[in-house]
Write a protein of this length. Structure first.
Lengths: 620, 101
């Protein structure tokens, strides 16, 4: 085998090992939770190792291997891999984070009754995400895109006996369908307009003939992104998806589902026209601010983190919108590390507190759970963009990039960064310091190595992932150019210091204000006490959910009732039942002629003959 | 004495009527079958008569067709009746009503 074949086989293995693992578990080991856990974690480990092996072996030249899947008329659909630098970085992120999350799950789900289902879900989730990463054309990507939706549906509904979880999974699935519909129409239009759905060819076509790029197609395609990455106006599903187990939230938020949306944008960046980019930019910026504000009114630790993800996705979308897809990928990678860390840290806390999720019932965890607290703090610092953590490099690069394009966006992004450190500070001071606010918090203890080891590994990554020279050259090239370009531009205009001061001010102010306003280990939300109006405004989340609920129950339901009436009364009653009844009536008469005696049939025959004769002789 | 065409037609009609009534009123399948043959042969007689009085061979030609068809029909029909008897131990049409009941 030559080198090319080896890498293709490796890629196939990376894609199908999780699939085989899921199949094995679902078919044979549903009831044996521990066997399922071993299979699933082993497969994730293999995927991680193979990913590293593949990337080590890879020479940095894009691999595009495909075979024909099916043909419909002129439409030829391929199955294939397109591994360029973006895919490589994503492979690394997914492979790495997915393994540590599975590892963490072993500890977190120890007492769960349906571990088989859970680990099969994680495996199929990894499989679907790897499919999105590797897919070389839009149709294959869409298939895996839907598989991601399906597997997230299954995992969010893990605690299927609770109403909350089943509602949340339905909501996630349906809201995603709305976006995916646009995506699907977009694929059809892409094929109609460009004559191909192959990502590499699309990129080439757009490069050679930029006038081919169309706003409508760009807009339709990004509908898929809006759904998966939970951006305006389809953001409602993500906070509710917290009903799933915490490692699943970590997986959805860090490496798979929502990251898929950003990755997809980067993948089709070449065929997104300028006006759609502007739309993405503004949606992203508004989401960064909106989600940050919403997080201030939440008390569930996971929901706060969920809004923080929305806000960070806003940054990534803004980076794409600003024309810096590399920076979006960079922030996606660092975010994957520190958001996985934060969620797993929250998982560690929730596990230790016997599934207590309200931050106002925690408090004082720093003494009881030092490893979790320290690693959580590292994740928090990275998220707030404190200087020299990974978030500082990636997030501030996006903020700086906006400085020369639109001052308003720069200010808004800075404000969002301030909100970020404000709500994260609130979470941190309230949950980890002061005195314990519940019996569970008093008895909290650090959990075993399955829980703490992933935290430590991810904490190290959150600290160092931002140093661009630590990235191997063939992967780092994704964002090096843009990163250096932005820094040079800032430096050449002499604003380096000012930019650093402003961005540092945001987190110093955010963490400081939250410390003095909320206080350590608070039992009640101060904002609710002092400014109940503002609090309830933030709590309302701009009434998006209420508007959708109203739409569904009042408008859509009426239309559905009307259609139901048409279906039941007119189509079913009149056409289907009516015609059947008419024919039935006729056949009742016809059946009476069938008496079962041969002689009677002879008479009928005679009658028929006479009738025929009457026709022939013209008696009628 | 020269027999007119009407004699042939009368004999043919008579035989046909016997055959037809046989089909209508007999309940033994074998008899019904014979009556059917009788009707065919009634037609044959009429055709031969017409052929003779028109001085053409058309009628005779038809007769040969009918004889052939009747022979084939007998071969098939008798086989069916024998098979029917083996299966049901009866050839009475009153008892052959399983399609209805």
């Amino acid at each position: 085998m030559d080198a090319m074949e080896i890498s293709v086989v490796t890629l196939l293995a990376i894609l199908f090992i999780p699939f085989v693992s899921a199949g094995l578990i679902m078919l044979f080991f549903r009831k044996c939770g521990n066997v399922a856990a071993v299979i699933s974690v082993t497969s994730a480990f293999l995927v991680g190792i193979l990913t590293i092996y593949f990337l080590y072996d890879w020479d940095g030249v894009a691999i595009h291997e495909y075979m024909s899947w099916f043909e419909l008329g002129g439409l030829r659909v391929n199955m294939g891999f397109l591994v360029d630098r973006n895919a490589a970085i994503m492979l690394l992120v997914v492979g790495f984070v997915a393994f540590w999350i599975q590892f963490f799950s072993v500890g977190y789900m120890k007492e769960d009754d349906s571990k088989g289902r859970y680990f099969a879900g994680l495996s199929i989730f990894t499989f679907s995400m790897m499919g999105i990463v590797l897919a070389d054309n839009l149709i294959m990507l869409f298939v895996f895109w839907e598989l991601v939706g399906f597997s997230s549906y299954g995992l969010i509904a893990h605690y299927k006996d609770t109403q909350e979880a089943s509602d949340a999974s339905k909501k996630a699935f349906i809201v995603n369908r709305v976006g995916d519909f646009g995506f699907l129409v977009g694929i059809v239009f892409t094929y109609w307009h460009f004559g191909t759905v192959d990502l590499e060819v699309l990129g080439l076509v757009a490069k050679i003939n930029p006038s081919m790029v169309s706003s409508l197609i760009g807009f339709l395609l990004i509908c898929g992104f809006l759904g998966k990455s939970a951006q305006f106006p389809l953001q409602v599903w993500l906070p509710d998806a917290m009903a799933g187990p915490t490692p699943v939230s970590a997986l959805i938020h860090a490496a798979t589902m929502v990251a898929a949306g950003i990755y997809f944008l980067v993948r089709i960046f070449a065929i997104i026209p300028g006006d759609v980019l502007t739309l993405i930019l503004w949606l992203g910026v508004l989401m960064a601010v909106y989600a940050g504000a919403c997080a201030l009114a939440q008390s569930d630790i996971k929901r706060i983190l969920a809004y923080s993800t929305l806000s960070q996705l806003g940054y990534m979308a803004a980076a794409v919108g600003l024309g810096y897809p590399g920076l979006a990928m960079f922030h996606l990678s660092t975010h994957a590390a520190f958001k996985a860390l934060l969620f797993l840290g929250a998982g560690s806390v929730i596990y230790a507190l016997h599934h207590e999720q309200s931050i106002f019932k925690m408090g004082g965890l720093v003494r009881r759970m030092p490893i979790t607290t320290i690693t959580f703090a590292i994740g928090l610092l990275a998220l707030c963009g404190v200087a020299f953590t990974s978030g500082y490099f990636s997030k501030d690069a996006i903020i700086e990039a906006s400085l020369f394009i639109n001052k308003n966006i720069y200010v808004l992004l800075l404000f969002a960064a301030f909100l970020t450190s404000l709500y994260m500070g609130r979470l941190f001071w309230v949950a980890f310091f002061g005195r314990p606010n519940s019996i569970n918090a008093e008895d909290a203890e650090e959990s075993g190595v399955f829980i703490t080891l992933p935290l430590i590994v991810l904490a190290v990554c959150s600290l160092v992932a931002g140093y661009m020279l630590l990235w191997p050259e063939k992967i780092g090239m994704v964002f090096w150019g843009e990163l250096i370009g932005v820094h040079d531009e800032v430096a050449s205009s002499g604003l380096s210091m000012a930019v650093l001061i402003w961005s540092s001010l945001t987190w110093i102010l955010g963490l400081g204000i939250s410390y003095f306003f909320y206080g350590c280990g608070a039992q009640k939300d101060k904002l609710l006490e002092f400014m109940p109006k503002l609090f309830s405004f933030l709590k309302s989340r701009l009434w998006f959910d209420d508007i959708y609920d109203f739409y569904v129950s009042k408008i859509q339901q009426r239309v559905a009732d009307l259609l139901n009436f048409i279906d039941v009364v007119i189509i079913s009653g009149l056409f289907v039942r009516g015609s059947a009844g008419f024919v039935g009536l006729l056949s009742l008469g016809g059946r009476a002629l069938h008496v079962g005696s041969l002689h009677v049939y002879v008479y009928w025959f005679l009658a028929g003959l006479l009738l025929f004769g009457a026709f022939v002789f013209g008696w009628f | 004495m020269m027999t007119g065409v009407s004699s042939y037609v009368v004999v043919a009609s008579f035989l046909f009527a016997i055959g037809f009534l046989g089909v209508l009123f007999r309940s033994n399948t074998l008899i019904i079958f014979m009556s059917l043959e009788l009707m065919l042969n009634a037609v044959n007689i009429a055709l031969v008569g017409f052929s003779r009085f028109n001085n053409t061979m058309d009628g005779n030609l038809f007769v040969f067709f009918i004889i052939t068809v009747a022979a084939a029909e007998v071969a098939l029909g008798l086989a069916i009746i024998v098979a029917l008897y083996r299966k049901r131990q009866t050839v009475m049409v009153e008892q052959l009503d399983s399609l209805k009941y």
